[in-house]
Design a protein around this ligand. Structure first.
Ligand code: GDP
Ligand code: MG
Length: 451
């Protein structure tokens, strides 16, 4: 049975998955949380909205309890008493603080509950599960101190929001992000469809925090992975405060541009038309009118992502359309993807770069092992290809190709991580993984990871 305790002074409700000993909690995470109420309005538990950063192993202690349930589809962890059904889910304003032990297992959580929801009456159903505070958390759980996580007073003047950057492959979305963020966060290639999952890049200015979602190219689905990518791009849009559709102004619109623009017509947030590659002479005259006619646009902005032309205007126009709000990320954070994901993407970029047309996009790179050592970070990765012949190409004569991939990737990775890295690269042939749903899962392309 899970236990709770209530600290009326701090306005906090604690939930424990295990008996705590002092000092057991060594780390802490924050996730959105909601209170679960029964039909009589009594609190019967808490829902934690986890994401895929959390592994099942970490939930070991939590899931030992019958009344704790994980909804895999949404990543919701329901911690409630007995089998009582929740009639209402009340989202809480501040995130839950979740305590982890040395093995990274979830020990418990605390949530800040508004005064009207923690009256004795509201909490009466939890009473049999309540422990006195001293009893429950000798000193293991940190008390929440006022609930402030941001860095102070600047929050009310900042504009904060999400920007979906959509456009068919190869129009320059990743180039723009890299240019804006001054660091490699998205991978760039001359070949379409290099960006596999939306990467989030964060642009910080004193007056704003802009979170870009670099969606994979919206394109005609040919196989499962393709469908998946279209779906991902579609999902990025509802989350956005501003949508930028990027096009290549040096070429006329194609059916794909039309398709994307049509999809965007339903979007309710501001739509900006970003005309990229103005540094290139346009083929067959100007295409401006043709792009303009694709939808109604809030604004058109002409840029060259490659040369850096027009980017200040673009960013200003985006920012004036974002809502005011509190910072969502620490200001020193560039990308919210995990380092592992970034490392895998950098290796993948090198494989595509050096093998040119010989190895198709079916290559997927996985981080198998990651160890922080005294002198360096040890990273073991597997490069997954579809055929033995491709494996041969990636390895190259005498391992020459793999060495080249490794040393150039290592260079970029060291720059990105800011420390020395030992890369241990392996190549595996896995036939047909692209059409095999279990293998998509296995590779971590799960939709909810990237919503
Ligand atoms: P994405 O598929 O939309 O992410 O496109 P990428 O950023 O990978 O860019 C595709 C190609 O277009 C790369 O070769 C870029 O160097 C090139 N590119 C991007 N922006 C510009 C630009 O402003 N001018 C020119 N001439 N090329 C560009
Ligand atoms: Mg890209």
């Amino acid at each position: 049975m899970i236990s709770f305790s209530h600290d009326p002074e701090a306005g906090t409700l604690y939930g424990y998955f295990t008996d705590l000993e002092a000092g057991q909690a060594v780390d802490e995470l924050e996730y959105p949380a909601s209170l679960l109420l029964n039909s009589a309005g009594r609190v019967i538990g808490v829902r934690l909205d986890l994401d895929d950063e959390i592994t099942l192993n970490q939930l070991e202690l939590a899931l030992e309890h019958n009344e704790v349930r994980l909804d895999m589809q949404y990543g919701y962890l329901y911690a409630r008493i007995a089998d009582e059904a929740a009639a209402r889910v009340v989202p809480l304003e501040s995130p839950a603080l979740i305590d982890l032990d040395e093995e990274d297992r979830l020990l418990g959580f605390d949530v800040a509950v508004p005064a009207d929801l923690r009256t004795p009456e509201r909490l009466e159903r939890l009473a049999p599960h309540m422990l006195a505070l001293e009893e429950a958390a000798p000193s293991g759980l940190e008390r929440r101190s006022g609930g402030q996580h941001g860095d102070g007073d600047s929050t009310s003047v900042t504009r904060v929001g999400f920007v979906a950057l959509v456009g068919k492959p190869n129009v320059g979305k990743s180039t723009l992000l890299n240019e804006l963020l001054g660091q490699k966060v998205a991978i760039v290639s001359r070949r379409p469809q290099t960006t596999r999952v939306p990467l989030r890049g964060i642009l910080n200015r004193p007056d704003a925090q802009v979170i870009f979602i670099d969606t994979p190219g919206i394109h005609e689905p040919h196989h499962r992975l393709g469908q998946f990518m279209v779906e991902l791009a579609r999902r990025a849009i509802p989350d956005a405060d501003v949508v930028c559709m990027m096009v290549d102004i040096s070429m006329p619109p194609t059916s794909l541009d039309i398709k994307i623009a049509t999809m965007l017509r339903r979007v309710r947030v501001p739509r900006l038309l970003v005309l990229n590659k103005i540094d290139r002479p346009a083929k067959e005259g100007s295409h401006l009118e043709a792009y303009r006619a694709l939808a109604t646009w809030d604004m058109e902005i002409a840029i060259s992502a490659l040369r850096g032309t027009g980017l200040t205007t673009l960013v200003d126009e985006i920012i004036t359309r974002l809502p005011y709000g509190e910072l969502l990320y620490a200001t020193d954070q560039v990308a919210d993807q995990t380092e592992q994901h970034l490392v895998a993407e950098l290796v993948r970029e090198k494989v595509l770069h050096f093998t040119d047309q010989e190895v198709p996009h079916s290559v997927a790179v996985e981080v198998e092992e990651w160890q922080e050592k005294e002198q360096h970070t040890y990273i073991r990765l597997t490069i997954n290809v579809e055929k033995e012949s491709q494996k041969g190409i990636v390895i190259g004569a005498g391992g020459e190709m793999l060495k080249r991939i490794g040393s150039t990737a290592r260079h970029d990775i060291e720059q990105a991580l800011g420390r020395s890295v030992y890369l241990d690269l392996w190549v595996k042939a896995r036939p047909n993984w692209r059409n095999d749903p279990s293998s998509l899962n296995w590779l971590g392309f799960r939709l909810k990871d990237w919503k």
